[in-house]
Design a protein around this ligand. Structure first.
Ligand code: ADP
Ligand code: ADP
Ligand code: ZN
Length: 216
């Protein structure tokens, strides 16, 4: 099962990809997470990406295409993968097609998480994660059951992304509308596109996704 989760920043791609990973034994491939790992390691690629990410702009296609291509060959992708945050441009979508056909793989579904524009800024600016295990939370919508303690690993340390501020979110939303939304018709034409109501609560969105994947 090879799937793309498509949607603007804050739509719930990461939250849902993590929930589907175990259920379907497939791997979440988040280019955002991979790029943040490159930034932390101080690699040459990370240095190039850092400034663009902080400004809310996309990093060059060649750079993300390179990191995804290597990652799809890893053992944990043998049952399939959920692409989270990739492809984000028409050039990336075309490169993905070439990459998959050269590996004799195909996409089963592309699922768009549909969310009201006004909700996105609030979702992104309230987002934080556990510093130890990466579990995702939100100030208002997804609080740990015991305040200040990660549900998943018990850690009391949390972090927020530098680009999750209002100004950068608006730039990222613009990038989504200008560069990413144009790939929707590309997948519609291939008959792969499905839509999910991303405004529903987290559990309900997971159920909608499970229904689509079970039918795929
Ligand atoms: P979000 O989950 O909020 O949409 P991501 O973690 O996916 O954000 O991405 C954070 C940043 O990383 C983006 O603003 C962009 O700078 C960079 N990035 C991630 N994926 C891509 C991609 N496929 N193409 C270009 N830039 C990307
Ligand atoms: P994306 O990966 O698409 O940028 P995330 O999955 O990181 O988005 O979600 C952004 C924030 O919104 C997180 O803090 C998450 O807890 C919260 N969130 C995700 N899905 C929902 C939902 N259906 N309802 C309310 N809040 C949500
Ligand atoms: Zn944790």
């Amino acid at each position: 099962m090879n799937l793309i989760l498509l949607g603007p920043p804050g739509a719930g791609k990461g939250t849902q990809a993590k929930r589907l990973e175990d259920k379907f034994s497939i791997a979440q491939l988040s280019t955002g997470d991979m790029l943040r790992a490159e930034v932390s390691s101080g690699s040459e690629l990370g240095v190039t990406a850092k400034k663009l990410m902080e400004a809310g702009e996309l990093v060059p296609d060649s750079l993300v295409i390179g990191i995804i291509s290597g990652r799809i060959d890893d053992e944990d992708c043998k049952n399939g993968f959920i692409l989270d945050g990739f492809p984000r441009t028409e050039a990336q979508a075309e490169a993905l097609d070439e990459m998959l056909s050269s590996k004799e793989l195909k996409l089963n579904k592309v699922v768009q998480l549909v969310v009201d524009e006004e909700a996105l800024v609030e979702r992104v600016t309230g987002r934080y994660t556990c510093a130890k295990c990466g579990n995702g939370y939100h100030d208002k919508f997804q609080q740990p059951s015991k305040e200040g303690v990660c549900d998943n690993c018990g850690s009391e340390e949390f972090k927020r992304r530098a680009d999750d501020n209002e100004e950068t979110v608006r730039t990222r939303l613009r990038a989504y509308h200008e560069q990413t939304a144009p790939i929707i018709p590309y997948y519609e034409a291939k008959g792969l596109m499905e839509r999910v109501d991303g405004m529903a609560d987290i559990e309900d969105v997971t159920k909608q996704l499970e229904r689509i994947l079970e039918a795929a």
